[in-house]
Ligand binder design. Structure first.
Ligand code: GUN
Ligand code: FE
Length: 424
């Protein structure tokens, strides 16, 4: 028998949206990084093994951040009373230009990795900058921290300040080098990352589309985050039927595509997203901060669109995915308050928790990493042990403890972090 570990505790997960599954006083049997089973009684053949008791708190799947900008870690909070395009010009692009300096990357990226770990986001899909060496350093740093991630070198060959702008040829070539360096790795893998349609020429996006198909790589970008951006895209690409069609026409929309925001989509665009099997990533913190709008999450959930959740730091202001879970619920409430005539449905806490764990996990599963995101037999055992430090006189159900953590807890309440069976 290979290495087997037993954990006892109150386990909560969301294999499907809409309902928390609570298993009290259960024992997780973990072998070679995967959950064998989660039962009340330990089967005979494991009964001689020691059990690690995780106490009276709760054990949940570790968080996954499906959209985050590592270089923006240092600008969190800055300029967040602006709109998207002004914020990019005045804060984000100047901030990202610092990563031309590798020493700066070596100093900053370990702080980003440490904060992901501290907040329990053990898997993530990350944007670097346009710079090859700094973004390779980012990949190295995440891998060294024991985290699992996709990392993208950002592409920008137009409508970009000169200090960040690449030529189309260099942008493509450097991306190919970057992807080939990371392909097939264990911890950190590459993702093709055209920043968004306004900052990429059609030629570059087509080349990147072909690269993603040739190397079988996922793609990430931003889609329809604000109305002014969407109007700009319709001027830049008069031939395309919609913003979504721009990516589709360039070969960038497939089952491995992550499209962040997706607030202002027509029914036809949603149909196209579903036809291609792409995933929409909700970033509620960023959408409120930049007053972009509110994604109709309930509607997308009901239609069965592939959905995930991202912190979108630095437009989002925290790497704590439990905050994004709450913000997803709150944003959906605002939509109901502000536009009652549209009959948006409520989004439950379990819907939002599902996105941050199982929904996001599906992307890693589909990208060949093995199943993850809940406590199902055969899944990677990725877990956080949460202890809210309640006084003994308080008796609180596991589910109430989880609610309390998601709304009012913080990283001090995350006691143990486990990724693929390994305590980090
Ligand atoms: N659109 C293009 N770039 C960005 C970015 O860095 N953050 C956000 N939120 N939207 C973008
Ligand atoms: Fe973003």
């Amino acid at each position: 028998m290979s290495l087997v570990t037993l954990y006892k505790g109150h386990f909560i997960d969301t294999p499907t949206p809409g309902e928390f599954r609570v298993r009290k006083d259960a024992v997780a049997i973990v072998e070679a990084g995967k959950l064998l089973f989660l039962e009340k009684a330990v089967p005979e053949r494991f009964s001689s093994l020691p059990v690690k008791d995780l106490g009276e708190g709760v054990v949940i799947p570790s968080f996954i951040d499906l959209h985050v900008h590592a270089p923006q870690h240092m600008q969190m909070g800055a300029g967040l009373d602006m709109g998207l395009l002004d914020w990019l010009e005045n804060y984000t692009y100047p901030g990202e230009s610092s990563f031309a300096d590798e020493d700066y990357a070596r100093k900053i990226y370990p702080l980003f990795a440490a904060e992901l770990l501290r907040q329990g986001s053990l898997r993530s899909v990350v944007y670097g900058t346009v710079h090859l060496v700094s973004t390779l350093i980012l990949a190295q740093v995440l891998e060294k921290a024991g985290l699992i991630a996709f990392v993208g070198k950002v592409n920008m060959d137009r409508n970009t300040p000169d200090y960040l702008k690449e030529t189309s040829e260099a942008s493509f070539k450097v991306t190919e080098t970057f992807c080939r360096r990371l392909v097939g790795r264990n911890g950190v893998r590459p993702i093709v990352t055209p920043r968004f349609a306004p900052s990429c020429t059609e030629k570059l996006m087509e080349d990147l589309g072909r690269l993603s198909q040739r190397l079988d790589l996922p793609v990430q970008s931003h889609l329809s985050e604000t109305l002014s951006e969407a109007q700009w895209v319709s001027q830049l690409f008069p031939e395309s039927r919609s913003y979504t069609h721009v990516y589709n026409d360039c070969g960038l929309l497939g089952s491995g595509s992550l499209m962040a925001h997706a607030i202002f989509l027509s029914d036809e665009e949603i149909d196209l997203i579903m036809e291609r099997g792409a995933t929409l990533v909700h970033c509620p913190s960023a959408n409120i901060n930049l007053s972009s709008g509110i994604m109709p999450l309930g509607r997308y959930l009901d239609r069965g669109v592939n959905l995930g959740l991202g912190s979108d730091v630095g437009a989002g202001h925290t790497l704590a995915m439990y905050r994004s879970v709450v913000q997803a619920v709150q944003s959906a409430k605002l939509l109901r308050i502000l536009r009652p005539e549209e009959n948006h449905r409520a989004v439950t806490l379990s819907d939002a928790f599902y996105l941050a764990t199982m929904g996001n996990g599906k992307f890693f599963t589909n990208q060949g990493w093995g199943p993850c995101g809940a406590f199902e037999p055969g899944m990677s055992f990725d877990a956080l042990s949460i202890d809210m430090g309640l006084p003994e006189v308080v008796e609180m159900s596991p589910l109430n403890q989880l609610e309390r953590f998601l709304y009012a807890g913080d990283d001090r309440h995350i006691k143990i972090r486990i990724l693929a069976g390994r305590e980090l």
